[in-house]
Design a protein around this ligand. Structure first.
Ligand code: GDP
Ligand code: MG
Length: 348
């Protein structure tokens, strides 16, 4: 039965116990070794140069590849991705550690015209991530024409990077970079058109920027972008310890992995309605509630004879340390996307 307050009603448990043959891959930085191959920092190296650090906010329309880019930059999966819009529901900080420098990349939800309370909340996350930063990276999709959504994003970025009046803490304006992504799928002409188009929009807004054609999927052009970002960071301390690649909690991360697997499997109408939350963590047993908005959606998530849910559980376990026991339950929280209290409880 549906509930409107308290925790959602989650019945229909489907356990996914230890199964042989499941790959032993620890994906989350907090539960795995340092896997990004970059040297942990902590000292400024041999050069004697002062340590540098800063925050780099990545913004763009939904689905342009922000999360894929952030994962690529830090060299490990710290934020989930999918072909569905609005996959990212919270800002996630991903930390790139290099000798003498630390860059904190902030992956954000896609900026969009909100139709729900959740949509409004997602845009708030973006606005919050644009305060007090050193670099803004605007991501555009080279395979789709620059539209009003992109112009809105470019305008926000220009405003966030404008020099502040007076000589307060923000007297040094943030650097602005534009990454034209998915060039692996675009023609040279399309890519050029985007670089030029973005340049024109920003020029009109009186902003200066640097431009990079990239493919987050293949990694093409990403090094040039990252090198430039790092070069713009000011002197400053390391904000995160060397072994920390993301600020997401393990519980949030596992819930996100479940949602990612669901998004990859469910049909069109459903993705926005799905929320996931860890309700019990007693290692190796993890219980995750999958919340949908209507009774009729439960069956779609569970699948015939629980098959869909089983596949989700197995795929999630494959990304956790060995021995994890994932219990998935499906429940209804009526119209949670429209209810700020529910959105908050779900952690978005
Ligand atoms: P976000 O909403 O901006 O965070 O976008 P995601 O990172 O979730 O990516 C949206 C979709 O675009 C996913 O299906 C990605 O696999 C795909 N994608 C991201 N970057 C690239 C790229 O460089 N090339 C191609 N071909 N696809 C990409
Ligand atoms: Mg995303």
């Amino acid at each position: 039965m549906a509930t409107t307050g308290g925790s959602p009603d989650c019945g229909d448990p489907v356990d996914v116990p230890d199964a042989p043959g499941v790959a032993d891959v620890a994906a989350h930085p907090d539960v795995s070794d340092h896997v990004d191959g970059t040297a942990p920092s902590g000292a400024s190296g041999d050069t004697g140069a002062p340590f540098r650090s800063g925050f780099v906010t990545v913004i763009g329309r939904p689905n342009v590849g922000k999360s894929t880019l952030v994962n690529r930059v830090v060299g490990t999966k710290v934020t989930i991705t999918s072909p569905r819009p609005n996959t990212t529901r919270r800002s996630v900080r991903a930390v790139l550690h290099l000798p003498g420098v630390q860059a904190v990349f902030v992956d954000t939800p896609g900026l969009h015209r909100p139709r729900t309370a959740l949509g409004t909340r997602l845009n708030e996350h973006v606005a919050e991530a644009l305060g007090d930063i050193d670099v803004v990276v605007v991501v555009l999709d080279a395979t789709a024409a620059i539209g009003p959504g992109d112009r809105l994003v470019l305008g926000r970025a220009a405003a966030a990077c404008a020099p502040a009046a007076g000589d307060g803490a923000h007297a040094v304006p943030s650097a602005l970079m534009v990454a034209v992504n998915k060039v692996d799928r675009a023609s040279g002409a399309q890519t050029m058109e985007h670089l030029q188009g973005a340049h024109d929009v920003l020029e009109e807004a009186g902003a200066r920027a640097e431009f990079f054609p990239v493919s987050a999927a293949t990694g093409a052009g990403v090094t040039a972008l990252v090198d430039t970002v790092l070069a713009r960071l000011p002197e400053g301390p390391p904000y995160f310890p060397e072994d920390m690649v993301s600020d997401a909690s393990e519980a949030f991360w596992v819930a996100e992995l479940v949602r990612e697997q669901l998004l990859a499997r469910v049909r069109e109408e459903l993705p926005h309605s799905i929320a996931c939350r860890v309700t019990e963590w007693e290692w190796p047993r993890i219980r995750i509630d999958i919340v949908v908005e209507r009774e009729s959606q439960k069956g779609m998530v569970i699948g015939k004879a629980g098959e869909l849910l089983k596949a989700v559980g197995t795929a999630v376990r494959a990304q956790l340390p060995p021995g994890a026991y994932v219990e998935l339950r499906v429940g209804v929280d009526k119209r949670w996307q429209q209810r700020p209290d529910a959105i908050e409880r779900l952690g978005y």
